[in-house]
Design a protein around this ligand. Structure first.
Ligand SMILES: C[S@@+](CC[C@H](N)C(=O)[O-])C[C@H]1O[C@@H](n2cnc3c(N)ncnc32)[C@H](O)[C@@H]1O
Length: 255
């Protein structure tokens, strides 16, 4: 009887243990360390005025009228970290998810008048935002055939920002079709990755894990980094591919 009970309960306790180990234990461990160092203990609430030294955040805060922009506030820091080197360099930017057109205006202000913007949205009403320097395409981002045509028509871009439908079944085809369309040195950024069991996050983690493979592969050759932030993942492509990874020694004193 006890044996039967143990057999029934064991899978459940194993699942619970796994959950604690993978999610809560690292979190608690991290928080304990921070508290010990006096780093947390009070909430550091982000300033919501326009005095930010981040030009995107300042733009957002001073944008009181006109085309709507919808952003999580903490995204501005990530954008500026990965995008600032493209400012004034006439980059080609693709944003999936145009909505009310405000973010395309923000990118123009940030990257400079000569940047080339592409907006893709499923809503045909977004065509109204097409103008000189801004190409709008109406499509479903999960349509791989659309991305192949896009690549043929417009070639490589410097930055892909996926702020479209936010569903894994939309994000994955976009990523898979557009990764090879990002210029060397370029950036892919995907927004609104929510949930501890998000399948696209799991997929990206698997992709990132390829960086640790023992046999040299294309991801190690081309990918500089995969970085996860709250609700965003960013992938940077190297300027030039590596042709291998080598572990080397210098010096002549060894123990
Ligand atoms: C969060 S809004 C974009 C916000 C905008 N980038 C901004 O910062 O203000 C998401 C947009 O994605 C579009 N969208 C939803 N599903 C899509 C799909 N499958 N393919 C392309 N666009 C889609 C919606 O029509 C909507 O305009």
């Amino acid at each position: 009887m006890f044996d039967r009970l143990r057999k029934t309960v064991r899978p459940l306790t194993n699942v619970l243990r796994l959950l604690v180990d993978t999610i809560y234990a690292p979190t608690l461990f991290f928080l304990a360390g921070r508290k010990a160092n006096g780093i947390i203990g009070h909430r550091n609430v982000a300033s919501h005025d326009s005095s930010s030294s981040n030009p995107l955040e300042s733009y957002f805060d001073s944008h009181r009228s006109g085309a709507g922009i919808w952003k999580w506030r903490h995204y501005f820091e990530t954008y500026h970290t990965h995008f600032s080197r493209f400012r004034g360099k006439r980059p080609k930017i693709l944003e999936i998810g145009v909505y009310s057109g405000g973010s395309l205006e923000m990118w123009r202000e940030y990257f400079g008048e000569d940047c080339e913007l592409f907006g893709v949205d499923i809503n045909s009403g977004c065509m109204q935002f097409q103008k000189k320097g801004v190409t709008i395409k109406i499509a479903n981002q999960s349509d791989r055939f659309f991305w192949r045509k896009f690549r043929e028509e417009f070639g490589e871009v410097d930055i892909v920002i996926d702020d479209g439908g936010h569903r894994p079944r939309q994000q994955r085809p976009t990523f898979e079709e557009m990764l090879s369309c990002i210029k060397p040195g370029g950036v892919y950024l995907c927004e609104d990755l929510h949930g501890l069991k998000n399948p696209f996050v799991a997929y990206l983690r698997g992709f990132a894990n390829t960086l640790n493979a023992n046999s040299f592969n294309d991801v190690q050759a081309w990918v500089k980094s995969v970085t996860f932030y709250p609700y965003i993942a960013v992938l940077e492509i190297l300027d030039r591919p590596r042709n291998g990874l080598s572990s080397e020694r210098r010096g002549d004193h060894w123990i």
